[in-house]
Design a protein around this ligand. Structure first.
Ligand SMILES: *Cc1c(COP(=O)(O)O)cnc(C)c1O
Length: 404
């Protein structure tokens, strides 16, 4: 397979072929080639001589050097993710999504800098800003996810980074990413996007002037709830800086996890389509239930971010929330506990459906004040089960909780 940059393949084709370079899957001395890059485990890399060590051991990024810098299994995954994002120069991999966020922010920020952070952000990102980064003298201001071009008025002379997450993974407000990224670029401010919900299949970020795009591969890319990893992908301007900082932090990933992520990546297109379809079937049913207030799903016209989603996204994944209109939190607890086909737990994007009750933390404006918060919130990650079974389970749990 040639991944000729002048003849880019369509995303579904790329997902099948990307990262399967001949030098990672075959050895001319052994003949033939292996479909998947084998799992190369390594800490020490041996050199032939001192001369070899002094030449090969310098400034190598995609040749064997030392285990922490990766082996072909690791490079294959990074290469595949880079190819999925038009305009990308490279991808760094991290032991988790949170590690990717932390590494990206540490790579870009210095004491005295100011960050504009979306208020619907994933909670551990908020903890990083309010904890470690604050202690290092980096200040954060939270902005409403609907801010759009209004971000301009919040920029300070010391603002270095605008962080986006779209849609937010609890409340699903869609951000005007192109508008914010254009303003940031004009002002010389970097942008970083948490693109875990969409993946580059549904939303490409660098072509919308985002500087660094991040994913928790733990979710849809892995897809099977058995491995954790994160990624940062960036263009030529920041690639050296990002890679250098990641080397200094000593963050590396194991080849076994990379092989699991590569396996997930090969089926991402077909899984994502089914997650999206099943999710919409369930969301549309929920929207008709008297017990349900708001269904927070960007692909539903009733959802506030719908127009932006329609403009910028190529489809939907299977993660969304809804409110139990006017219900008590005790009723929500009874409802969630009564579900049998939905696992109760954090994370999402696996083949199995999950539920979690949530009370979104906010800094700019309490969630309870939002017009969207007309009852306690429940988040669903819709898996690959038959949606009719999931709907029957939800209906039964509503009855158990006295909601119908
Ligand atoms: C899960 C998640 C992360 C963090 O990923 P981990 O791999 O669990 O560390 C980051 N952002 C979003 C939106 C997530 O849902």
């Amino acid at each position: 397979m040639s991944t000729d940059p002048d003849k880019p393949a369509k995303p579904a084709t790329l997902l099948v072929n990307a990262g399967r370079r001949a030098e990672w899957t075959s050895d001319p001395r052994l003949g033939g080639g292996i479909v998947n890059p084998p799992i190369w485990r390594a800490s020490t890399i041996l050199y032939d001589s001192v001369a070899d060590l002094e030449t090969r051991g310098r400034n190598t990024h995609d040749k064997l050097f030392y285990g922490r810098r990766g082996t072909p299994t690791v490079w294959a995954l990074a290469d595949a993710l880079t190819l999925m994002e038009p305009g990308a120069a490279g991808t760094m991999l991290y032991p988790s999504g949170v590690a990717a966020i932390a590494a990206g922010m540490l790579a870009l920020l210095s004491p005295g800098d100011h960050v504009l952070m979306v208020d619907s952000v994933y909670d551990p990102t908020r903890s990083l800003c309010d904890g470690l980064l604050k202690r290092m003298g980096i200040a954060t201001t939270y902005y409403p996810p609907s801010v759009g071009a209004g971000i301009e008025t919040m920029i300070r002379p010391e603002t270095r980074l605008i962080f986006l997450e779209s849609p937010g993974s609890l409340t699903f407000e869609v951000q005007d990413v192109p508008a914010i990224a254009a303003i940031a670029r004009a002002r010389g401010i970097w942008t970083m996007l948490d693109n875990t919900w969409a993946t580059p299949l549904l939303f490409t970020a660098l072509d919308k002037q985002v500087d660094v795009t991040m994913m928790s591969l733990t979710k849809y890319v892995g897809g099977h709830s058995d491995a954790m990893m994160g990624s940062l992908t960036t263009g030529p301007g920041l690639w050296d800086r990002l890679r250098g900082a990641s080397y200094q932090l000593g963050l590396s990933v194991g080849p076994d996890e990379c092989a699991l992520m590569l396996r997930g990546l090969r089926t991402l297109d077909v899984r994502m389509r089914r997650h999206g379809e099943n999710g919409l079937t369930v969301a549309r049913w929920l929207a008709e239930q008297p017990a349900v207030g708001r269904v927070l799903h960007p692909a539903l016209p009733s959802c506030p971010g719908h127009a932006l989603w329609q403009r910028d996204f190529n489809g939907t994944s299977g993660l969304f929330s809804f409110t139990l209109k006017g219900a008590s939190k005790a009723q929500r607890t009874t409802f969630v506990d009564a579900l049998t086909l939905f696992g109760l737990g954090y994370s999402w994007g696996g083949y199995e459906s999950l539920v979690v009750p949530s009370d979104p933390p906010r800094s700019a404006e309490p969630w309870s004040k939002s017009v969207l918060a007309d009852g306690p919130l429940v988040r669903l990650s819709i898996g690959l089960e038959d949606p009719a079974d999931l709907i029957a389970d939800l209906a039964a749990a509503m009855a158990t909780a006295g909601l119908v």
